[in-house]
Design a protein around this ligand. Structure first.
Ligand SMILES: *Cc1c(COP(=O)(O)O)cnc(C)c1O
Length: 391
């Protein structure tokens, strides 16, 4: 066989398949009640980030349709040129109010928010401290900034302190963390991080992708849950695509910093504004998050029930509360086998493998939604106990 410039691709793909790391794709139809349909079968869906069950809410759909009819499907230009409609402006205002901050800046996605904001805060000569479990978009944002990158661990904060002291002569220092670590279901130690930031004159960025709408009394996220609000956190990043049920990213901060972000974030300046429909749906979702706290309560009830049932069956989770309940299976092969067995029984619970998680810690990642019932969760626990022991 003659070799071509792309011959390496086949070899790489074969290597992935052999180590059970090959990603495949399929079509999924979301259904109400925390369900979905795959290949003509209905499954109870424990895989989505639709924590509050809002993505199929008819009220969000109606808002999106009305905005589409009035303003069109695409926004036609970047926000600063002519893509920013009244839907965008209202959503920014509403996000700032909801988050108790002066201003909000919208981005095409949460990924784009991190990739844009971090390089706007630090650059060459500065130091950025990045938690080792942080989401890939935070890591990519840190790398893109070209600031000196230091990885820290939340369970070894003494090392972060040492790093901050050593970096005291750098023009700027930035601490970057997820509020909720999405593959472990644990919360960042935000109180000590705020204290470090204050003591060492560092900026602090918290990504609330899995916190917004879910954690904190009013759903403002891990920062609210930890009592770290106001100006203790320099900038909070969020996504409209998880509990909010739409698409888009945002940053909330002081008006002054927002003015800077509008001028500096390349992923905002050089990308088309969100579709008006996404903004209108997100606006409606924020109202519902405020008006229907019972969704958050339902999520808590379900999480307690499931962790209780699993723990008493001897299956432990890394989760410390909240809707993300990971169960460490070990090898990628075992995690896949458990996930496949559950799918046969009508439950969609994905296996998470390297490189998303470290070697040897492949896991089943269950994520709950307020659209699930207690009965759904009890059925899952029963089947899971069965499958887990047989694997
Ligand atoms: C999902 C996620 C993002 C990316 O958000 P998108 O809007 O989906 O691009 C960023 N950070 C964290 C922690 C996430 O989990």
């Amino acid at each position: 066989m003659s070799s071509t410039p792309l011959s390496w691709v086949a070899a790489e793909l074969a290597g992935l398949a052999e180590s059970h790391l090959l990603r495949t794709r399929r079509e999924v139809t979301p259904l109400p009640g925390g369900r979905c349909e795959i290949d003509g079968r209905t499954l109870i869906d424990f895989s989505s980030n639709d924590y509050l069950g809002l993505s199929l809410d008819p009220r969000l759909q109606a808002a999106a349709i009305a905005a589409t009819e009035q303003y069109g499907t695409g926004s036609r230009a970047s926000a600063l040129v002519s893509g920013r409609t009244v839907c965008h402006a209202l959503l920014e205002e509403q996000l700032a109010r909801f988050e108790h901050q002066q201003a909000a800046v919208l981005f095409p996605t949460g990924y784009a928010a991190n990739l844009g904001v971090i390089p706007a805060l630090v650059g060459p000569g500065d130091v950025v401290f990045c938690e080792r479990l942080n989401h890939a978009s935070l890591v990519d944002g840190c790398r893109a900034s070209r600031a000196r990158l230091q990885i820290f661990r939340s369970d070894r904060l003494d090392r972060l302190r040492t790093g901050l002291i050593r970096a005291k002569d750098a023009p700027r220092r930035l601490i970057v963390t997820d509020g909720v670590f999405s593959m472990d279901g644990t919360l960042a130690p935000l109180r000590p991080l705020c204290q470090f930031a204050r003591e060492h004159r560092a900026m602090l960025l918290v990504d609330e992708a899995h916190g917004t709408g879910v954690h904190g009394r009013n759903g403002r996220g891990a920062c609210e849950a930890a009592g770290c609000e106001g100006d203790q956190v320099t900038v909070r990043i969020g996504t409209l695509s998880k509990a909010i049920g739409s698409l888009g990213g945002f940053a909330v901060c002081s008006q002054e910093l927002a003015d800077w972000l509008w001028n500096r974030c390349r992923t905002q300046l050089f990308s088309t504004a969100l579709p008006p429909a996404s903004c209108a749906a997100a606006s409606r979702a924020l109202e519902l998050i405020e008006q229907e706290p019972e969704r958050r309560q339902q999520l808590n009830t379900l999480a307690k029930e499931l962790t209780g049932l699993l723990t008493s069956a001897g299956i432990s989770t890394t989760s410390t509360g909240g809707p993300i309940i990971p169960l460490i299976a070990g090898s990628a092969e075992r995690a896949m086998a458990i996930s496949d067995a559950l799918a046969t029984r009508g439950f969609l619970a994905p296996a998470i493998r390297p490189p998303t998680v470290p070697q040897g810690s492949s896991r089943l990642r269950i994520s709950l939604s307020a659209a699930h019932s207690l009965d759904d969760v009890r059925q899952l626990a029963a089947e899971l106990c069965d499958v887990w022991k047989a694997s």
